[in-house]
Design a protein around this ligand. Structure first.
Ligand code: ATP
Length: 355
């Protein structure tokens, strides 16, 4: 009996090479999920006169979640809708080592933390332009001791940290630390010394929220110090919460600690919606070579199954991935093996007892 609907965007460049076989695998697991494929990009433009038409938006709205393949343009409007339209404010990016991953660390065994990246504000609002547009504001830099209007030709980008946006994502991080039941620790990081007003505000809100969670350890580090700690002692981390841009950067760095972008899943959660995608982009440089590592996409699917209440299936998928890497016989190219993408999927199907 079908009880859940998932909207699927296969994505651009190399993305479909991992998205389509992942859906095929989920179909074989005979889960109570119906997959729908909203039309986007050039195809939608020629048929419906828009790159992300109302009918596609309605399919996203009616779905319980979206499974999103990275885009280099065709589904960008859909992605913006999934973020700002659906208010998916918490981007969760787990960083967990599994034996068999090609980590550059000497002792990666206990690396198991999650980056919770604020997903909707900071420098990602698209508020950019020419400096001349700000001339009338008479802004003065007390650091550079100059007026903005005297700085010559240039551009600006606005960083926005709101109370509501920060509070909800920090609370999400504390709830996650409770749910994970690991070190029960939240580490907040921002540039709260140089950007005392904006990033300092994020930290201030962190301390306020922390009062509601006396059972969870709370610590804060300035981003540069944090990055050094993340690299030198990643096992000390449990849940990390940070504004959008830092989270984008740190989560790719975190993926590097365990073996690279091919291993990094991601889920973006709002109050009543979530979408799931690998943390990596469309990997255009390896498109068509049958070597893109599907692990990030499959683990994102596992996160989605858990979100949909299909915890057992999510755990099964994750366990199958762990067992493949532990066995070491079918290791993707980016992890130092020679398994093609299709061979990895075949091995995963076999491990799950699927034909
Ligand atoms: P974006 O800006 O959307 O994050 P990008 O082009 O900066 O995209 P990616 O597409 O993530 O970055 O690719 C960065 C590098 O990592 C590329 O060399 C790519 O081939 C590699 N890469 C990314 N994902 C995978 C994967 N799943 N398997 C193997 N290599 C990957």
């Amino acid at each position: 009996m079908i009880t859940k609907t998932v909207a699927v965007f296969p994505g651009d460049d190399a993305s479909p090479e991992v998205m389509i076989p992942t859906i095929a695998l989920l179909e074989k697991l005979q889960l109570p999920i119906e997959f729908v494929y909203p039309m986007v990009g050039d195809e939608a433009l020629s048929e419906h006169g828009a790159r992300f038409p109302g009918a596609s938006k309605a399919q996203v709205d009616e779905a319980d979640a979206t499974f999103f393949g990275s885009t280099s343009g065709q589904s960008t409007e859909a992605l913006f809708y999934l973020r700002w339209g659906k208010q998916t404010y918490a981007n969760v990016r787990p960083c967990q080592f599994r034996p068999g991953y090609r980590s550059p660390m000497a002792n990666p065994e206990n690396i198991d933390f999650v980056v919770v990246r604020e997903n909707l504000e900071d420098l990602y609002l698209g508020l950019e332009g020419d400096l001349t547009a700000l001339a009338g504001l008479n802004l003065y830099s007390k650091h550079a001791k100059t007026s903005l209007k005297d700085m010559g030709t240039g551009r600006y980008a606005i960083k926005v940290i709101t109370e509501v946006g920060s509070e909800r994502v920090i609370r999400f991080a504390f709830e996650l630390a409770r749910k994970r039941g690991g070190q029960r620790k939240v580490t907040l990081t921002s540039k709260y010394n140089m950007l005392a007003k904006a990033d300092g505000y994020f930290r201030e809100i962190g301390y306020a929220v922390a009062k509601d969670y006396p059972d969870i350890t709370f610590e804060t580090f300035i981003v540069d110090d944090f990055l050094c700690r993340m690299i030198s002692n990643p096992c000390a981390l449990d849940v990390v919460v940070t504004p959008n841009l830092y989270g984008d950067i740190f989560s790719d760095g975190a993926a590097g600690l365990i073996g690279g972008l091919g291993l990094a899943p991601s889920g973006c959660y709002g109050a009543d919606y979530a979408y799931f995608e690998s943390a990596h982009g469309t990997a255009p440089d390896i498109q068509g070579q049958n070597i893109i590592n599907p692990t990030a996409t499959i683990l994102s699917a596992s996160m989605m199954l858990t979100y949909l209440g299909l915890n057992e299936a999510g755990n099964t998928l994750e366990a199958a991935i762990s067992s493949l890497y532990a066995a070491g016989q079918c290791i993707p190219v980016d992890q130092g093996g020679n398994a093609k993408t299709s061979e990895f999927f075949q091995a995963l199907n076999d491990a799950l007892g699927l034909t």
